[in-house]
Design a protein around this ligand. Structure first.
Ligand SMILES: Nc1ncnc2c1ncn2[C@@H]1O[C@H](COP(=O)(O)OP(=O)(O)O)[C@@H](O)[C@H]1O
Ligand SMILES: [Mg+2]
Length: 255
């Protein structure tokens, strides 16, 4: 990766609490354009919260956050999804959830065309052509007319990835995309993610417990625990030679 790549996401001293609970305790982190960052760490450490700040699903309490060269304001609260500034941000920052969140009464194809047509005002025929291509790309060409309940978890997650890609986001955030899947279905999803990662055409931040993906698919790995990033570096540095005792202990437990 070129050193000169612009910064896609910049956290400076970012904090976030839920009531008394300090979830992020001063996050400093830069993610470059086109970079693939794997975010690892124990459950409850603040990984989802960190991701959700980037597309305004949550609002930080303090510190500075720049996303795609714009300063993310400290409000309005995420409960106002129609505010145009946040809608514009979310068009550029896609999110893939652990639990897929597909529309149950829409087919795979309709799930993928909905955003481009309703949010972007794309012509339906145009959006459909693109959706067919995207479903093909995630290995689901034959499933375009079926409903989510007729798909396996791995297939649903691949539809969710196609849906996110349909908006052509500059940043794509993944929150444990394979945690709800058995190993075989995880592998199908990981294949799609490796393919995306290898392109470096958008910035990817992937919260995951898939160390294989982190090692081979990510440019850098960050380890987050108790609301702090304890280390960040190449996969080889962080996974094979962790500097921090806590990182080492975590990997020993899970690997
Ligand atoms: N909306 C919320 N309200 C209150 N507490 C929350 C909320 N979201 C997360 N938390 C708490 O914040 C901490 C960090 O959560 P999270 O960011 O989901 O961690 P991770 O994704 O690393 O497991 C946890 O203790 C969690 O229970
Ligand atoms: Mg989480």
């Amino acid at each position: 990766m070129a050193d000169k790549a612009p910064i896609s996401i910049a956290f400076r001293g970012v904090t976030k609490s839920y009531g008394e609970l300090e979830v992020l305790r001063g996050i400093d982190l830069d993610v470059s354009q086109g970079e693939v960052l794997a975010l690892l760490g124990p459950s409850g450490g603040g990984k989802s919260t960190l991701l959700r700040l980037v597309n305004g699903l949550e609002i930080r309490d303090g510190g500075d956050l720049r996303v795609l060269a714009t300063d993310v304001p400290l409000g309005p609260p995420a409960g106002q999804p129609t505010d145009p500034w946040w809608t514009a941000l979310r068009r550029r920052v896609g999110f893939v959830f652990q639990a897929f969140h597909l529309y149950p009464h829409k087919t795979a194809l309709e799930n993928v065309t909905l955003g481009p047509v309703t949010v972007d005002g794309r012509a339906p025929a145009d959006a459909r052509d693109q959706a067919v291509q995207l479903l093909e790309r995630v290995g689901l060409a034959a499933k375009q007319d079926v409903y989510p309940r007729q798909l396996s978890g791995g297939q649903q997650q691949r539809v969710a990835i196609a849906r996110a890609l349909a908006m052509d986001p500059e940043i794509l955030l993944f929150d444990e995309p394979t945690s709800a899947l058995d190993p075989e279905m995880s592998a199908e999803v990981i294949d799609v993610m490796r393919d995306l990662a290898a392109q470096h055409s958008r910035t990817l931040v992937v919260v995951t417990h898939e160390f294989g993906f982190a090692r081979e698919g990510a440019d850098r790995v960050a380890f987050l625990e108790h609301g702090r990033i304890l280390e960040v570096g190449s996969a080889a540095e962080v996974l094979e030679h962790p500097k921090h005792e806590r990182t080492r202990a975590f990997f020993e437990r899970v690997l």
